[in-house]
Design a protein around this ligand. Structure first.
Ligand SMILES: [Ca+2]
Ligand SMILES: [Ca+2]
Ligand SMILES: [Ca+2]
Ligand SMILES: [Ca+2]
Length: 680
């Protein structure tokens, strides 16, 4: 908060105090503690911070008028969103009261003629599934044709991607080199050197350092989620360490906005988005996208305005579609569900190109899909796990069981004994005492097998699957367990066939981990936008989004589940040879046609000079907010004049908002390009 804001705040506080002393405060006192969040029993009900509201005033309202209104309402805390207030020429405020409930504040403010919109301060959840400690390959990278794309570009330090999340481990061995550093800021001197209103904002900022949402300069990850997301976007490539991101060599800005209760409150995410806007607009940071891998119920006009304001600066907002197996068209999920052209809502697919079992979808509210199952990426240093078993000259990948004990970093080198299914003491040969037990999965729990092995004196256990592939298991609860890992069936059988022999079993902390979720899908798309910005620096956002959507792989499994029906294809996005961009303008039809408008839908067609495209058709689609896309006009290739076409859509209902998109098909009827979307 700047000095002026502080002064207003304290004046307001004094005023509220005086009014309170005079007994002017009316209405029942509400039992609550500041910052305490309301928790609903139904998990999909929107949740919010009790006693807090976000208020957008009508144009022309002064801050002084807002302060008077706040005093009348027993508001004892107020904070202006200064970038939004300035861009939209009216106050955008967070108001809080220790004496009024959110419900009371909403009712009072909604009734006020100076208020345009008011919203609870919703809080939203991460969109990952529980951490599944296992390792696999970076299958998503080959699925989206990343290696072919990397032959064109692996990124450039001039392009920046922001992670709006739990923070980023900016010291991580595979991320440190790719962290954005604010060039105008001297770290740790307690001074706002570049005068942007934020002291010591070097890698980004922490917009929610405690349970009251206080801010500080350290965006270190308080979880592992933000670091994992950052790694998928832009872990350092070709450095001989760990993993690599989609964009190997762009920069990561850390917008840490989750509070210690592991929720992101809209007031904090709006502050973070304002920071991103400020750094792009006034400080020349080439910020291309903000990754938002979280969400929840509850539409908030102020949050939508903040994202739209980012869009006005050419910043895309890439949002997780959610992990509740829900149709977002029917059950709205935000921020992914706001109808804004700069929001890209991303569902998750698995390695078989099926929609992930947990993923949300939505024919009109979800845009595209990207890999989101079993995604390996960076986690804060030492907070991941890695396991393997070395037998003979072979190293077999293993999964640590949940709650398993650890080995030293060099592992446990001992003879291995086959112990069958480990169902009772008689399954364990005497020699396993002090050594490693190999056990087949089945007939009892992993916990029971491990208890039996420990009773026989085993120092570690490797459980191999009773069907093909590996699995992820748990010992049920924390305890003094020996190291226990799982193996794929084929590997277990091969090891067993070698009889009693010396092996090395490793189960140790690592800097990488595997997580599932639409949270993990979104950063694939954010990374793709980063590479597109490097390869096509003069593109505006609609053109960049057209390349992304046009180049995606349309899949039967995703048809009618999302707008593009397609999964990210990085190489095709970078080599897309037909680009469609669209603008729509709306005007009143005439004074004689009451409450009817018309829209001019103009789209331009840009073909790669080397591309061989002919006989294609272009279709203009339109939808209303809750409807699905309908074809409005079909245009043949020969009708495109001077690289563009205008379609006039008549008799629009003056009170209704419409969204348009253009699709191109080749002579065989296959979709070869999609435009950006635009709403009017
Ligand atoms: Ca600063
Ligand atoms: Ca400083
Ligand atoms: Ca690396
Ligand atoms: Ca905050």
């Amino acid at each position: 908060m700047n000095g002026r804001g502080k002064r207003r705040w304290s004046m307001l506080f004094l005023l509220a105090l005086m009014l309170g002393v005079l007994g002017i405060v009316t209405g029942p006192a509400v039992e609550k503690k500041p910052g305490q969040a309301a928790v609903d029993s139904q998990s999909n009900e929107p949740q919010y911070a009790e006693g807090e509201v976000l208020v957008k005033f009508k144009s022309g309202t002064t801050l002084a008028a807002a302060e008077v209104m706040a005093a009348d309402l027993s508001i004892d805390g107020m904070r202006a969103f200064r970038i939004l207030s300035q861009m939209r020429q009216r106050p955008f405020l967070l108001m809080s009261s220790a004496r009024r409930s959110t419900r009371e504040l909403l009712a009072a403010l909604q009734a006020n003629p100076q208020v345009e919109a008011v919203s609870p301060n919703y809080r939203r959840r991460l969109q990952r599934l529980p951490n599944d400690p296992k390792f696999a390959k970076l299958w998503g990278m080959s699925k989206i044709n990343a290696p072919a794309a990397w032959e064109k570009t692996v990124g450039s330090p001039g392009v920046v991607l922001a992670v709006l999340d739990t923070g980023v481990d900016y010291r991580h061995e595979d991320l440190a080199a790719n962290m954005w550093r604010n060039p105008g800021e001297i770290p740790g001197n307690g001074i706002d050197d570049d005068g942007n209103g934020f002291r010591d904002d070097v890698y980004g900022y922490d917009f929610a350092s405690d349970r009251f949402g206080k801010n500080d300069s350290d965006p270190m990850d308080i979880d592992n989620h933000g670091t994992h997301v950052a790694g998928t976007m832009a872990a350092t490539g070709n450095n001989g360490i760990g993993v690599c991101g989609i964009a190997w060599n762009v920069r990561i800005m850390a917008l840490k906005s989750f509070r210690p209760d592991m929720y992101i409150y809209d007031s904090d995410s709006i502050e973070a988005i304002e920071y991103a806007i400020l750094m792009k607009r006034d400080y020349g940071v080439n910020l291309v996208a903000i990754n938002a891998s979280f969400g929840g119920g509850g539409e908030n006009v102020l949050q939508k305005d903040a994202i739209a304001a980012a869009g006005s600066q050419g910043i895309a907002m890439v949002c997780a579609a959610g992990n509740d197996v829900m149709d977002n068209d029917a059950t709205p999920f935000y921020p992914s569900g706001y109808d804004l052209p700069n929001i890209i809502s991303v569902a998750a697919t698995d390695s078989n190109d099926q929609l992930a079992s947990f993923s949300n979808y939505g024919a009109t509210t979800v845009d595209m899909a990207a890999p989101g199952v079993g995604i390996l990426s960076t986690v804060p240093t030492g907070k991941g796990l890695e396991a393997w078993l070395k037998s003979g000259g072979d190293v077999f990948d293993a999964n640590p069981l949940e709650f398993s004990g650890m080995t030293s970093s060099s592992g446990l080198a001992r003879p291995l004994y086959d112990c069958g299914r480990g169902l009772s003491a008689s399954y364990f040969p005497a020699g396993v005492n002090g050594n490693i037990a190999l056990i087949e999965r089945g007939d009892n729990t992993f916990k029971e097998k491990t208890i039996n092995a420990q009773a026989a004196g085993a120092a570690a256990v490797a459980i191999y699957n009773n069907e093909s592939g590996n699995f992820s298991g748990t010992l049920g609860s924390a305890g003094s367990w020996i190291p226990v890992v799982s193996l794929a069936r084929a590997d277990g059988l091969q090891i067993r066939s070698r009889g009693v022999h010396q092996v090395t079993l490793v189960n140790r902390p690592a800097n990488y981990g595997i997580i599932d979720g639409t949270s993990m899908a979104a950063p694939h798309v954010s990374g793709a936008l980063g590479l597109l910005a490097v390869q096509f620096p003069s593109d505006d956002l609609p053109k960049r989004i057209s390349r992304l959507y046009s180049g995606a792989d349309r899949l039967g499994s995703l048809e009618n589940k999302m707008k593009t029906g397609a999964r990210l294809n990085l190489a095709r996005a970078l080599s897309q040879s037909l680009i469609l961009t669209m603008t729509v303008s709306r005007q009143q039809a005439s004074v004689w046609v009451v409450n009817k408008d018309f829209a001019e839908v103009y789209f331009s067609v840009e073909k790669d000079p080397g591309a061989v495209i002919s006989g294609e058709t272009y279709t203009v689609y339109r939808k209303t907010l809750s409807g699905s896309y309908e074809s409005r006009k079909e245009i043949a290739a020969g009708e495109i004049q001077n690289g563009g076409y205008s379609f006039y859509d008549k008799y629009l209902d003056h009170a209704v908002s419409y969204t348009y998109v253009i699709q191109a098909r080749n002579a065989q009827g296959e979709v070869i390009a999609l435009s950006n979307e635009q709403s009017i």
